[in-house]
Design a protein around this ligand. Structure first.
Ligand SMILES: Cc1cc2nc3c(=O)[nH]c(=O)nc-3n(C[C@H](O)[C@H](O)[C@H](O)COP(=O)(O)OP(=O)(O)OC[C@H]3O[C@@H](n4cnc5c(N)ncnc54)[C@H](O)[C@@H]3O)c2cc1C
Ligand code: HEM
Length: 413
C-alpha cells in the first residue's frame, strides 16, 4: 500500500506529468537505451520510430497516476501489459532498470518541480506498479510452464505448410520440432516469433493465431508490410518470413499470450460481432472458427473490410464456415475494388465500415463486439459503437502494436 502522503503528492503532480508525459517517455527510452543497451533488443524499433511505444507508456503512466487510489481500475491495463511482457520474456530483475531511467527522465523534464520529496513518492508508486506487474507475470509464466505441452521462453517449431492467402498474406503452419504436445490457446491470442535477422538484429514479433485451437499446429498469417513512405524500409520480419522462410525451416516461437480473447467457456448466448480491417482478421478468424465449432447455434457476424479481392484473405475459408450449418452471417466490403470485384460479387458492398452499416446489419442492442484492424478503422468502429450506445463492457479490441488512442476523432458515416 502507498502512504497517504505519497498518494497526495502523486495526485498533485499528475497534471504536470500528464502535460509532459510523452516528452518524459521519449527521454526515458533515450536514457535507457544509452545506459542499458542490453534491454534494447526487446524493443521494436519501428514502434520507437513511430512514437507508438512512447505514447503507450505515457498513457499507462498517466492512467496509473489518475487511478492512484483506485488500483482496481487498472486491472485490464495491467493484464495487457503483463501479457505483452510475458510474450517477450521480460524478467523481474529488469524492473529496477526501467524505474531508474523513468525517475531520471521525470527529473530531467520536470526540472525544479521534481523535488526530492516528489521523486521519492514517484519511486514508491513505481515500485508498487512494478510489483503488481511482476506478480501477474510470474503467474502467467507459471501457467505457461504448467500447461500440457507448455514451455517458457522459445521453442523450435518447423514450418509444416506455407499457404498464400492473398497477394499480401501468407499463412505458416508451425509444428513443434520435438514432435511433442503443444498447449491450447484461447482464440484471439498471439505467439511470438524470434528471428535472428541476417543483417539487422531486431526484437521478436507477435503474430495472432489464425486457426481454432486443438489442431496440433499453430497457424500464423502474416501480411507483407511495404514501406510506409518512399524512403522508408519495408517491414523487416514480415518480408523475411514471406521471402526467406520455407517449408521445413525452423523458427523460434514463444508460447501463446494475450488478453484479447473470446471466452469459449462462457455460457453466454449473446450474439457475437467480429469486425476485421485488413490483416486484423487473424484473431477474429480464430474466434469465428472456434465459435462455429463449439457454439454453432450462437448468432455470429463476421465483417471483413479489405482494399479489394487482391488483398482479401481467407475468402474461401470463411465461406466454408457458413456451409457448416452455423448461424454465421458475413459481410465483405472493399474500399478500392478492382475491376470486376463488384460485378463478380467478390464483395457485398464498397466503402468503409460506418455507424449506419453497424446499425442496419448487427444486433447492436445486445451483441458483444470484437474488432481489430488499422488505427483509422478501429477509431471509426469505436465511435460508431459509442454512437449506438454499446457500452464499453461489450466492446473488445486489439491493436497490432502498442495500444493507441482509440477515441480521437475519426469519420463516422
Ligand atoms: C498482438 C499482435 C498481433 C499481431 N498479429 C499479426 C498478424 O496476425 N499478422 C500480421 O501480419 N501482423 C501481426 N502483427 C504485427 C506484427 O507483429 C509486426 O508488427 C508486423 O508483421 C510488421 O513487422 P515487420 O518486422 O515486418 O515490420 P517492421 O520492421 O517492424 O516495420 C513496421 C513498419 O514500420 C515502418 N518502419 C520501420 N522502420 C522505419 C524507419 N526507420 N522509418 C520509417 N518507417 C519505418 C516499416 O516500413 C513498416 O511499414 C501483430 C502485432 C501484435 C502486437
Ligand atoms: C511498471 C513498469 C512498466 C510499465 C508500466 C510498462 C508499461 C508498458 C506498456 C504500456 C507497454 C505497451 C503495451 C502495448 O500496448 O502493447 C509496454 C510494452 C513493453 N514493455 Fe513495459 N512496462 C514496464 C516495465 C517494463 C520492463 C521492466 C521492461 C524490460 C525491459 C519492459 C519492456 C517492454 C517491452 C519490450 C515492450 C514492448 C515494446 C514494443 O512493442 O516495442 N517493460 N510496457
Amino acid at each position: 500500500m502507498l502512504s497517504a502522503k505519497t498518494i497526495q503528492i502523486v495526485k498533485e503532480i499528475t497534471p504536470a506529468v500528464a502535460a509532459n508525459a510523452e516528452t518524459v517517455t521519449r527521454v526515458f527510452y533515450q536514457r535507457m537505451f544509452t545506459e542499458n543497451p542490453e534491454v534494447q533488443a526487446y524493443f521494436n524499433q519501428a514502434h520507437q520510430h513511430s512514437g507508438g511505444q512512447q505514447k503507450a507508456l505515457a498513457g499507462a503512466i498517466c492512467a496509473y497516476f489518475l487511478h492512484i487510489d483506485d488500483l482496481a481500475a487498472l486491472t485490464p491495463a495491467v493484464e495487457l501489459i503483463a501479457q505483452k511482457h510475458c510474450s517477450l520474456g521480460i524478467q523481474p530483475e529488469q524492473y529496477p532498470i526501467v524505474g531508474k531511467h523513468l525517475l531520471a527522465a521525470i527529473k530531467e523534464v520536470m526540472g525544479d518541480g521534481a523535488t526530492d520529496e516528489v521523486l521519492a513518492a514517484v519511486g514508491e508508486a513505481y515500485q508498487l506498479l512494478a510489483d503488481v506487474c511482476i506478480g501477474r507475470e510470474q503467474q502467467i509464466y507459471a501457467a505457461q510452464q504448467a500447461a500440457v505441452g507448455g514451455w517458457n521462453g522459445y521453442r523450435s517449431f518447423v514450418v509444416d505448410r506455407k499457404e498464400q492467402e492473398s497477394d499480401v498474406v501468407t499463412s505458416f503452419y508451425l509444428k513443434p520440432a520435438d514432435g511433442k504436445a503443444i498447449p491450447d490457446y484461447q482464440p484471439g491470442q498471439y505467439i511470438t516469433v524470434k528471428i535472428d535477422h541476417p543483417t539487422t538484429p531486431t526484437s521478436p514479433r507477435n503474430y495472432s493465431l489464425s486457426d481454432q485451437p486443438g489442431q496440433g499446429y499453430y497457424r500464423i498469417s502474416v501480411k507483407k508490410e511495404g514501406p510506409l513512405t518512399a524512403d522508408a524500409p519495408g517491414g523487416l520480419i514480415s518480408n523475411y518470413l514471406h521471402e526467406q522462410v520455407e517449408l521445413g525451416d525452423t523458427l523460434q516461437i514463444g508460447p501463446p499470450c494475450g488478453e484479447f480473447t473470446l471466452a469459449t467457456d462462457s455460457p453466454s448466448t449473446r450474439p457475437v460481432v467480429l469486425l476485421a480491417g485488413g490483416i486484423g482478421v487473424t484473431p477474429l478468424l480464430a474466434m469465428a472458427k472456434t465459435l462455429v465449432a463449439t457454439q454453432p447455434g450462437r448468432p455470429l457476424f463476421l465483417l471483413q473490410a479489405a482494399r479489394n479481392s487482391g488483398t482479401h484473405a481467407f475468402a474461401e475459408e470463411v465461406q466454408q464456415l457458413q456451409t457448416n450449418g452455423s448461424k454465421l452471417q458475413t459481410r465483405v466490403i472493399y474500399d478500392q475494388p478492382l475491376e470486376g470485384d463488384v460485378e463478380q460479387q467478390r464483395c457485398d458492398a464498397t466503402g468503409v465500415v460506418s455507424e449506419s452499416l453497424l446499425r442496419e446489419w448487427t444486433p447492436f442492442e445486445d451483441a458483444e463486439y470484437y474488432f481489430c484492424g488499422p488505427k483509422a478503422f478501429m477509431q471509426t468502429v469505436y465511435r460508431s459503437l459509442q454512437a449506438l450506445d454499446v457500452g464499453d463492457d461489450r466492446i473488445h479490441f486489439e491493436f497490432f502494436g502498442p495500444r493507441q488512442d482509440i477515441e480521437s476523432a475519426a469519420a463516422v458515416g
